[in-house]
Write a new protein. Sequence first.
Length: 224
Amino acid sequence: MKQNPKAVLFDLDGTLLDTAPDLGAALNQVLREEGRAEVSNDIYRSYASHGANGLLTLGFGEQDYAADQARLRAAFLAAYSAAIHHHSVLFPGIEEMLSELQQQGYLCAIVTNKPSQLTQQLLPYFAPLNALDVVVCGDTLSVAKPHPQPLLYAAEQLAVEANQCWYVGDAERDILAGRAAGMTTVLAEYGYITPDEVPAQWPADHRIAEPAALTALLRQLTLA
Ligand SMILES: O=C(O)COP(=O)(O)O
Ligand SMILES: [Mg+2]
């Protein structure tokens, strides 16, 4: 049985932070170094929640990336790490939304698939994200989303039950992980969706078109 929420867990890329410009710049740097054609902003943007592997597959094609995966991935991560925060910004309304949640006493956490080294390098540039209670990254455990374990681990760290948590994310694997963890799931529709994905088919409990809609939803729920 779902209970009134005590904690809200968030995906990072595409949900709290608009990191696509820096991820895309890193991809294009590696493509240039390898003598390949660059990818335009509107294309790479939609793949930004699919991480390094998703972006490199987009840029090099499945076969060529698979043939040289370790080297290309290392080059991408080095390029990204060297300019990780140059153009990344909080999505509009995130700062206000987080501060309202915290004022209302909700615990807040990040559960991202981004590797910890990159996450720890990036977060200090965004003050509102440093006040969050727990951060779980893609390599914190041996499994990552869509596996539910990182979400359950975050709940454990927050000392709340899974059914007292909401999970907000922009990718299908976020919704699947949240559902498998027994959490209430919220799809951030303003995030990154690839042209071949059909988010309407994802089993999210709620959908928000902007961050402010999350606080409105939680308010409605407490009044009900
Ligand atoms: O870096 C990734 O794999 C994507 O990160 P996310 O889980 O915060 O969207
Ligand atoms: Mg995401």
